[in-house]
Design a protein. Structure first.
Length: 728
């Protein structure tokens, strides 16, 4: 029986057992019902066992197969250091709380079957783990601690509630302080620790290269490309041939530039722009990666496995091998390159009135940096202007068209969370030499505006063609969070129009405009951002709330994002008339899974980037223990407060260092007050802190507040302002 036929039969059996008219039956009774005999019985039993193992159906103690009972769900276990956990179930807004005695020994990321209990814990409904369906954690990364005849590994993942016991013979000779990869051999019981064996020693915890490698291994991010992939890459040419250019729209005569950061090597987008017959002719040209990455090839399967390139300070783990990402696919200056182009006609008001999508060939005139273009259009620097004088008119036109596009987005309600990012510089040895705010210039916005225009145009085109597609969606905020925000801003005299059923992004935009420069800006901006859901990929075109648009996709970065590569393949099939019923059915079948997988891989890469950034900040502050800084209170929890420094580094102030007496929240829940002292610390206050601790093992930075700290204003909120990029 082929895998395809088996999956079809499996779904038919699952549908049968979940039918309202079905009554629980034993295996022999099912065979009789389905008129199955001979070798087909073995296939049926295999299918039934798989459905049970996957948690899709139940097998009773009497051997009868039935659908899951009421309150029985399947989800992912999220552990906690204190022993209890939560289970995340797809389709449910809130996670289910699992008390420690009902976890059944579940580990972080295990796939579990739970039964919902009647009790609840605050906002979380309680559940009990009935069965562990699949272990989600096979390996982990941690720090080895050697004892006389054995050792322990302290997991880097702070969610795990126990260390891993390592027998001496299975330690690979690791010593205290080594970062190691551990394979779990026994998940333990209530009275016994989990046990494992060391399979790789990454290096010592004090080695600056080890911390990045530890994060990568812990999140199971592939680094090296398999031999079969590299063998395929060897056959890819270094230059574009005349034969490959045949039949494409030749755009090499157009003045063309790329604009990227100075260190960028994977240049996947280029721009052309000129004025003709009263229209602005904007061309967004994207590397035609699918010309080299064939569907279901080893290269394609590896790209899907990775999902996205991962940028870790000074290192990149690419989605594609360098021969493609930095070579034949990169739109390098002076090289003929194959592209997929979105050619847009824009009127004097900034409206896109016509467009064309085509396979093309380009040749980039100049590889520009954000710094140089901003020096020309913002600073009017004479040296840069003279150096690129033949391109200056196009850059000035880019600025103008960008402003037109930006104005239209603003008018429809697009929310621009234009917040600062951390800029971290490391030396040749991997040691952090500088941490500060990444300067985002107007040239960054120019490219963003053009990419957004292309992404929206492509998405709308394919939506109306009713072709299977992968969209980028951003759902409206959760109503409960909107309600909390509404209550908060009302304390400051601000309101916005919102009902339980509907809120328009324009109301958020108006709010951010109203609070600009106000003492409460920092607090309200943060809370506004927290109300937003995470964007994700989907086969349904549900719009993008943050951008306030109905149609959106990711088209512009196929070198580093698989979703873009996926829709390029669909677009090229459409251009060449290959979208027959068979091909359409193929895309209908694979895209839901591909979209979900792409979203998960994006989350994984984001988590890696966050963890590495956190580690480098801790490493940097290790050299500043005892020093004093001025910062802004960025958060308040029941254990203390968070303070952020101007260079974006955030540390924690334990409540025990604030008060000797009982502490409590103020009524607005964003301040902390001493019971007897009346001393108040609120989000937005400016305070002086001293660095107390910077520990790479726990990844913690701790401050203590100096006694001469500055107080906030009468509302308790300082005027500190901070920005952070909102990833679209």
């Amino acid at each position: 029986m082929t895998e395809e036929l088996k999956n079809e039969r499996k779904e038919n059996i699952y549908t049968l057992i979940n039918d309202d008219d079905y009554r629980p039956l034993k295996f022999k009774e099912l065979c009789y019902l389905l008129q199955i005999g001979g070798r087909d019985k073995d296939d049926l039993l295999e299918i039934l066992n798989e459905l049970v193992d996957e948690g899709r159906i139940e097998k009773t103690s009497k051997g009868k197969y039935q659908k899951l009972g009421k309150g029985v769900l399947v989800g992912t276990f999220i552990s906690n250091q204190r022993g209890f956990g939560f289970v995340r179930v797809e389709g449910y807004k809130e996670d289910f709380f699992v008390p420690q005695k009902y976890t059944m020994g579940a580990f972080h990321n295990d796939k579990v079957l739970i039964r919902v209990a009647s009790g609840n814990r605050g906002r979380s409904t309680e559940a009990h783990v009935e069965r562990i369906l699949e272990r989600g954690l096979k390996q982990l990364v941690g720090t080895y601690q050697k004892n006389r005849n054995f050792g322990f590994v302290i997991p880097d993942n702070g969610k795990l509630d126990s260390d891993i016991f390592i027998p001496e013979k299975k330690s690979m000779g690791a010593v205290t302080g080594h970062k190691v990869v551990v394979e779990i051999t026994n998940y333990g019981e209530k009275s016994k620790s989990a046990e494992g064996r060391v399979v790789e020693i990454l290096g010592h915890i004090n080695d600056p290269e080890t911390d990045v490698l530890s994060v990568v291994r812990d999140l199971d991010i592939p680094v090296d490309f398999p031999d079969v992939v590299m063998a395929e890459v060897k056959n890819i040419p270094d230059e574009v041939t005349t034969k490959e250019m045949a039949g494409r729209t030749d755009l090499r005569q157009l003045q063309t530039v790329t604009i990227d950061g100075e260190d960028a090597k994977d240049l996947d987008d280029a721009i052309t722009l000129y004025e003709e017959n009263g229209l602005y002719k904007l061309g967004v040209h994207i590397a035609d990666v699918t010309h080299y990455v064939r569907e279901n090839s080893p290269l394609d399967k590896e790209a899907l496995k990775r999902g996205t390139s991962c940028y870790l300070i000074d290192k990149v783990i690419p989605m594609l091998p360098h021969k493609l990402s930095n070579g034949i696919c990169s739109l390098n200056e002076g090289k003929d390159r194959l592209t997929l182009s979105c050619l847009m006609d824009i009127d004097a008001n900034g409206k896109i009135i016509n467009h064309k999508i085509c396979e093309s060939v380009i040749n980039v005139d100049r590889r520009m940096s954000y710094t140089s273009v901003s020096a020309i259009v913002e600073d009017h620097d004479p040296t840069e202007t003279e150096k690129y004088k033949e391109l200056v008119p196009m850059f000035e036109l880019m600025l103008h068209v960008s402003e037109l596009l930006r104005t239209i987005r603003h008018e429809r309600g697009s929310i621009d969370f234009d917040f600062d990012e951390s800029k971290i510089t490391v030396d040749e040895d991997g040691q952090v030499s500088y941490i500060g705010v990444y300067e985002r210039r107007r040239s960054n916005q120019i490219i963003e505006d053009f990419m957004l225009a292309a992404n929206e145009t492509i998405a709308e085109d394919y939506f109306w063609q009713q072709i299977p597609f992968e969209y980028r969606i951003h759902e409206a905020p959760d109503t409960e969070r909107v309600k909390q925000l509404s209550i908060l801003i009302s304390k400051f005299g601000y309101y916005f129009k919102a009902s339980k059923e509907n809120i328009h992004p324009k109301e958020f935009q108006k709010l951010l405009s109203k609070i600009e420069g106000e003492p409460c800006e920092n607090l309200i901006s943060r809370m506004t951002l927290r109300t937003m859901r995470q964007a994700r990929y989907s086969t349904e075109c549900e719009g993008h709330f943050g951008l306030s648009c109905k149609y959106y996709c990711h088209f512009t970065s196929p070198i580093r994002r698989y979703p873009d590569l996926q829709i390029h393949r669909i677009i090229k099939d459409n251009i060449h008339g290959r979208l027959d019923d068979r091909r359409l059915s193929h895309y209908d079948a694979i895209l839901p899974k591909v979209s979900d997988d792409n979203s998960r891989k994006e989350r994984r890469a984001e988590e890696a980037e966050r963890q590495v950034e956190r580690l480098k900040k801790v490493e940097y502050m290790e050299h500043h223990i005892g020093e004093e800084f001025e910062g802004i209170i960025s958060g308040v929890i029941n254990r203390g407060i968070f303070v952020e420094l101007p260079n974006t580094i955030e540390g924690f102030v334990d409540v025990s260092t604030l008060y000797d007496d009982f502490y409590m929240y103020s009524q607005d829940e964003y301040a902390m007050i001493g019971e007897s002292t009346g001393k108040k610390y609120s989000i937005g206050d400016t305070v002086k802190v001293k660095v107390k601790l910077a520990d790479k093992q726990s990844r913690r930075i701790e401050f203590v507040i100096r006694s001469d700290a500055k107080e906030g204003d009468e509302t308790g909120h300082g005027k500190g302002k901070r920005k952070q990029t909102h990833r679209k």
